[in-house]
Ligand binder design. Sequence first.
Ligand code: SF4
Length: 448
Amino acid sequence: MPKYYLQTYGCQMNVWESGIVRRVLADAGFAETGDERDADVLLMMTCSVRSHAEQRALGRLGTFRSLRSERPGRIVGVLGCMAQRLARSLVSDHRADIVVGPDEYLRLPELIADVRAGTSGLVATRQTSECYDSVLPARGLSPSEASSRSAVSAFVTVMRGCDNFCTYCIVPHVKGRERSRPLAGIVSEAERHVAGGAKDITLLGQNVLAWRDGRRRFPELLGTVAAALPHVRIRFLTSHPRDLDAELLEAMRRPNVCPSIHLPVQSGSDQVLARMNRGYTREKYLAKIALCRRYLPEVSLTTDILVGFPSETEADFKSTLDLVEQVRFDYAYMFRFSFRPGTGAEKIEPKVSEADAGRRLSRLIEVQNRITAERNRELLGRTLMLLIEGPSPRDSGWLGRTVTNKVVIVKGDCAPGDLVRCRVERINGWTPVAEIPARAAAACSGKA
Ligand code: SF4
């Protein structure tokens, strides 16, 4: 039986898409190996969101090429967003045998067979409006279920692509336009995860609030999944601020929907937001934050922030810092602008120097890290319901997750999948540490 090795770079969407690749290859008679030297086919699932991610993947491709030269007949393939974006140049400049974009994974066995038969340098990057959820069953394959953060936490992709065309973002160019999966398929995939032991399900999409199934919108999907799985924690990711409304927040009041929202702001400056084509102003964003806190007083809010976007001045950056201080996010993913060829930002001037962008990013990280530590210190002495995901990689404790999506180190007798109620005794760095007085697994009661 031929063996393949698959390395995944990038976001949770890529983890889910790697699951599709695994399903397709398993169906075609391939076995996965965790040892690249043992593999007949070396594959990488790539990300194009930042140039750094592409550079890492290209570096790894060099290793794959060396492994290929050690064993004639070994095949090297690049999959995903970078495959879609760079396409033929991955063959001509980087000597990949197969290049497969996000809509073409079903062709992988056929492409591998063609390379074995002597045709090298195959590129499959056709984009379609179909969703794998409809295509896989039509070809006698079951949908992917290989996506999870741990044995107890699973991800279910509900839609792919994005129509927003933020000027810094490559996603609509490589993943294509928005395509939603039908509601029934999503519910049954979530149910299968739960039957397999999952206790925490995240509904995933590049722009999840844009999900549609006929006249149904995302709040109905959220409510339906939550009602079908009343003992499971339900989350979703990622939300565009423009699409967040009272109907969504009302749906989030269900007991097993987690009060946690990732709401990327990107900048606190109106002129930068307009040039990013984000579709909201600072004032409107702050109004959405206030709405979230009115409906869900315990809500945790996280965000993405980009600094050094072309045209960003010191005053714009200060507006971002000011917004961060005002909102007091629980956590933020902070990045320096990374130019992506073909995006709208290409034409926006003036560019921000690397030195200024780096200095602004350091300052932002300093401010947000202080706020994150302060927010976590608010948990000190509180009793929380924690879902144990697995052993902590850094110490002898366990990793537990709150409904507000905070990771807590748990000390005591427990096991993955346990839901334990325990008190936060101290803060280590900025990580809360809780202790279980005795083994205490309980039925999931949703919010704590
Ligand atoms: S909403 Fe904007 S940033 Fe998010 S995936 Fe779509 S284009 Fe990219």
